[in-house]
Ligand binder design. Structure first.
Ligand code: EGV
Length: 376
């Protein structure tokens, strides 16, 4: 079990326990206050609803995709019909991909660590997993024998919870290597909105190689829209997997109202909102780091991360012990055992804090964490 104390079997069940607490810094969903520009969009929801009633959904979908990819620098995304499948969430997109992969292969190389539901969705489709450690992944070409043994390489970039980003040059080489070995390259880019280093045009690079590729995009982590979001399954023309058939087994399409919201939030992001968000997250990150800096019992495992989550290294207690102690203060962070889906013990000494939260509750959580970490 991911976490003996609560009976939770995975990270999401731990996040569920936090959902109704004033001090929920467990899940990576966006729960920060709306900016003035975003509040205006929320005030316009009746108009967006009317738009959704009147206009063809394919127009709203095309506009939402165009605005989203433009805001994130993905100018060469495939805009032809059927190439970007809009889903209720990125996990729905992940389930579709997993089912499709299971029809052509029995094993996937998956970045390690990463959010455990990715591993669980792949395993739930009877796929065997080979852990792909971050250092070798980011350093150089992968071993040929690894690529000969799997049907897909799956990389979360920026990674969750470490924030590590695959660079343009590294993506170019990885796509070329996967193409040469006939291996599908899949990326989960759900956190890309937070890190400009993940906003080079991935689609330009993927299309320049003849690799078979899939990218899973997500609007759900970026904007505080009460989990009204779109996950996208984007795929290469030559993918050769039944993703559209499986998509149709699961859904007909997403709400035109949400597509209109995604367009408006994307336009706001492109008009300065994304820079504002980066500054906000950086400020929240510095509150966490400054609040713990003088404690010799803590450390910063991911100094270079810009994702909306921050890992804290704890030297004298396990993440589980800290999680339980914080719970006494009604504060819910996320112990990192289950991110290490192939070797949970490696997650024993870290705890993940969500940064996309209002400032006052986050500062209160840091105070509670200090209290728990300061030996009496
Ligand atoms: N389908 C699932 N399990 N959703 C939870 C996921 O969105 C949370 C997450 O990714 C994070 O907290 O980093």
């Amino acid at each position: 079990a991911a976490h003996a104390g609560s009976g939770a079997e995975n990270l999401t069940q731990l996040e569920f326990l936090a959902l109704n607490s004033e001090f929920n810094i467990a899940d990576g969903h966006a729960r920060q206050p709306l900016t003035p520009g975003q509040s205006k969009i929320v005030n316009d929801l009746p108009l967006l609803f009317e738009d959704g009633e009147k206009r063809p959904v394919e127009q709203l979908e095309r506009e939402a995709h165009a605005a989203f990819f433009k805001a994130l620098g993905q100018h060469r995304y495939p805009s032809a019909p059927g190439r970007v499948l809009s889903c209720y969430s990125s996990s729905v997109a992940m389930e579709i991909l997993s089912r499709a992969l299971a029809s052509v292969t029995d094993s996937v190389a998956l970045v390690h660590p990463t959010f455990d539901n990715i591993a669980d969705l792949l395993r739930g489709n009877r796929l065997g997993l080979v852990p792909l450690e971050e250092d070798p992944l980011h350093a150089d070409d992968l071993p040929a024998e690894l690529l000969e043994s799997v049907g897909c390489v799956f990389v979360t970039t920026p990674n969750n919870p470490t924030g590590r980003v695959v660079s343009a040059e590294r993506l170019r080489r990885l796509a070329g290597q996967c193409a040469r070995h006939g291996v599908i390259l899949a990326l989960d880019t759900s956190f890309r909105g937070f890190d400009t280093r993940a906003q080079y045009d991935h689609y330009e690079i993927l299309d320049a190689s003849d690799v078979r590729w899939v990218v899973i995009e997500d609007t759900g982590k970026l904007w505080p829209t009460l989990d009204l979001k779109v996950g996208m399954l984007v795929h290469s023309e030559n993918l050769g997997l039944p993703v559209e058939k499986i998509y149709s087994d699961i859904l007909l399409g997403v709400s035109p109202l949400i597509l209109g919201m995604v367009r408006r939030f994307s336009e706001d992001a492109a008009a300065g909102g994304l820079t504002e968000l980066h500054e906000f997250i950086a400020a929240q990150r510095s509150v966490v780091r400054a609040g713990l800096a003088d404690l010799s019992t803590t450390g910063v495992p991911d100094p270079d991360s810009r994702a909306s989550v921050e890992r804290v290294l704890i030297r004298h207690l396990t993440g589980t012990e800290v999680w339980e102690a914080l719970r006494e203060h009604h504060v819910y962070a996320l112990p990192c055992r289950a991110f290490y889906w192939a070797d949970p013990a490696r997650g024993d000494r870290t705890l993940r804090l969500a940064l996309a939260r209002a400032s006052a509750p986050l500062a209160q959580c840091v105070r509670a964490l200090r209290h728990v970490l300061t030996p009496r």
